[in-house]
Design a protein around this ligand. Sequence first.
Ligand code: ZN
Ligand code: MN
Length: 269
Amino acid sequence: MTTDSPFAAELAWPDYLARVRDAKSPILIPLGSMEQHGHHMPLHVDVLLPTEFARRVALEIGGLVAPPFCYGYKSQQKCGGGNHMPGTVSLEGATLVNALRDVLKEFARHGSREFAIINGHFENSWFITEAVDLALRELRWDGITDVKVVVLSYWDFVTEETIARLYPDGFPGWAVEHGGVLETSLMLALHPQLVSLERAVDHAPASFPPYDVYPVKPEWTPASGTLSSPKHASKEKGRILLDVCTEGIAKALRDEFQLSAAARRSAAA
Ligand code: ZN
Ligand code: MN
């Protein structure tokens, strides 16, 4: 069995404790969803992608990846196709907030003081903020005042320069990237056996009015389930995205967390 896996759950407890005690290793928590991603990709895209970013960054900075959250907050029509779609299985907001709060407090109980939430599903965003706020408040009540949590979504690390390079015909915006070029390219680079590009539906980016309606109007969501076309996705684009986001996230965590990269590597060794 391995004693230096980047995945916390692959360690035996003494090896785990040696990493988290004295706040040696930041804990990276991937958050995803179970959500339809069109005809050409599986339901766990939002889990697989942030987990891989977390793994790569953890190896670079000497962090430890917590088991990912495989369910997320309810899919919304204008950024995830909507919660009415088959295959989309979601948590209520309060459930997600409570679960993430519990997990943060548990790692803190073992000694972790630095956390990064690596989000892969847009709809989770404010519930992450709430969970972090409640966890920090309750830890303060227990006298633990030195916990720091970095919250990020991996796509926010795609630089303007990369956007211009990857979307020569114009960028449709992250909201309608659901199942589009970004996610499909990353999946082609990481898990090509899970992508069937020949089943992808080519259509213009979805356009919505500047408001939401509940219950949702299913006719607003393109029949494919994707919100823009994955036609121009490629493995090469996926590799570029992997590099730029991994580099950006690793730099952000090095900047925010106390130890230098060198110190982290020796702490992890
Ligand atoms: Zn997604
Ligand atoms: Mn999503």
